[in-house]
Ligand binder design. Structure first.
Ligand SMILES: Nc1ncnc2c1ncn2[C@@H]1O[C@H](COP(=O)(O)OP(=O)(O)OP(=O)(O)O)[C@@H](O)[C@H]1O
Ligand SMILES: [Mg+2]
Length: 416
């Protein structure tokens, strides 16, 4: 580990550039997060996460010690899987030791949170004197790590080990984008996602601007990126506004205070709907139902807790974020099932009236509007799929599977 970080014992947590709390590292390698008093006292404080909201609407300020990992909200801001392994190795720390990963990656996270070592400025200054000869090396190391989340170079290295495509932030075409590289394992994933997002848009689901770009067109990819053939999917970021202004967001693993490893378990779609009902009212909830039903119809199985997010456009009040990560997974994983339970089943084989009833009851939603949206989504999806121009982008075998999935799921949907 770079000695610069070894001495760090506290990380400042900033929300929209205001320090709202501190993560302290304690002896025995455990961590606690505590809010700043002025944040606690501020009746107009911006929202960090619903997981810190008490039943009565106040801020939960009790601190809980978490060993090795960071508290769940922060753990969820770090990359997962191969990318995390790779970064941890680069930083010379064990991948579970998230405190150090956060120290190096905290400047460029999703939403409006940044995390910085608290005394980094002072130490940098002090070190300036005895650094000769190492500056270039240090700078290189810093760049690699600083760009690790936003950067192409490092992420690309990680994709070589990873099984799937890789998601990397990029700039251009007047905004901030997320670019999803093609998979080395599965055919036409970017084309699939592009078509499914356009289908979603066609039935009235809110979807960010998207483009298919050839990998060769993406600037600043390392030369061996050319090895990845075909198209990448660029998705405009909804957590960045004009001028780079950050809009805060959190995913539902964060909302529920769960670690990223638990994104497939512990909660159901009804639990998400119940939060949306309480926090966003009809609009967010019914839109969620529409997306959920749509996902069943197209065989978009991988809608785990981190594929649903809240945005905080006014800094305080959540709305459901635009849709993302809509891929029909059934062409790649035949017989796939939903990531979470939907009315006690994970089946992609259509939906029953009983299932919708159980879902609505558990989430305490009014039955009729939910059923109406489910019905409407079936009709709209069937019609829009027939006419979808982007179908042409899909290889024949993938098109056939998606076509079969939609037809089968609609035929087997019995809503009474
Ligand atoms: N348009 C967007 N604007 C802002 N953030 C986004 C956007 N799309 C995705 N994200 C964030 O980036 C993360 C990764 O994106 P996405 O889910 O599309 O990629 P993925 O690599 O396919 O994920 P998974 O691990 O589910 O396979 C999401 O969990 C979300 O937090
Ligand atoms: Mg995802």
């Amino acid at each position: 580990m770079s000695s610069e970080f070894q001495k760090v014992n506290a990380l400042g947590v900033y929300l929209h550039d205001r320090r709202i709390g501190i993560i302290n590292r304690l002896v025995g390698d455990s961590h606690i997060f505590a809010f700043e008093q002025d944040y606690i006292d501020d009746p107009n404080r911006p929202t960090l996460s619903l997981s810190y909201k008490s039943r009565t609407g106040g801020l939960i300020t009790s601190v809980r010690q978490v060993s090795r990992r960071l508290p769940p909200f922060f753990s969820n801001l770090l990359p997962e899987g191969h990318l995390r392994d790779y970064l941890a190795e680069k930083a010379g720390v064990k991948k579970e030791r998230e405190f150090y990963l956060m120290a190096v990656l905290g400047a460029d996270l999703a939403g409006a949170v940044t995390v910085k070592p608290i005394d980094a400025g002072e130490r940098e200054h002090q070190h300036d004197h005895d650094r000769h000869g190492h500056e270039e090396e240090d700078q290189q190391q810093k760049n690699i790590l600083r760009f690790s989340l936003a950067g192409v170079q490092l992420k690309f290295s990680a994709v070589m080990e990873a099984s799937g495509g890789l998601t990397i932030p990029a700039h251009g075409v007047g905004g901030s984008w997320i670019t999803k590289l093609p998979s080395t394992q599965h055919a036409a994933v970017p084309e699939n996602e592009y078509a499914m997002l356009e289908l979603a848009r066609a039935i009235g689901i809110q979807v960010p601007s998207i483009r298919l770009v050839s990998v060769a067109e993406i600037e600043a990819l390392p030369p061996d990126a050319a090895r990845l053939k075909g198209k990448a999917l660029a998705v405009e970021r909804f957590d960045r506004a004009a001028g780079g202004h950050r809009i805060h967001m959190e995913d539902f693993a964060q909302v529920f205070g769960l670690f990223p490893d638990d994104k497939y378990g512990g909660r159901s779609y009804a639990n998400i709907a119940a939060v949306l009902w309480a926090e966003t009212g009809e609009e967010g909830t019914y839109e969620f139902v529409r997306r959920l039903m749509f996902s069943v119809l197209i065989g978009n199985a991988d809608m785990h807790l981190k594929n649903w997010s809240l945005l905080y456009p006014d800094g305080r009040t959540p709305i459901l974020s635009p849709a993302y990560d809509f891929v029909s997974t059934v062409p790649y994983i035949p017989g796939d099932s939903l990531a979470l339970s939907f009315g006690k089943t994970k089946s992609l084989d259509g939906v029953t009236a009983d299932q919708v009833r159980r879902f609505a009851d558990t989430a305490r939603l009014p039955m009729k509007p939910v059923m109406d949206i489910v019905r409407e989504t079936v009709e709209r999806t069937e019609r829009a799929w027939k006419e979808l121009p982007q179908k042409d982008l899909l290889p024949h075998d993938i098109l056939k599977v998606i076509d079969g999935q939609i037809a089968n799921a609609i035929a087997r949907t019995t809503l009474g």
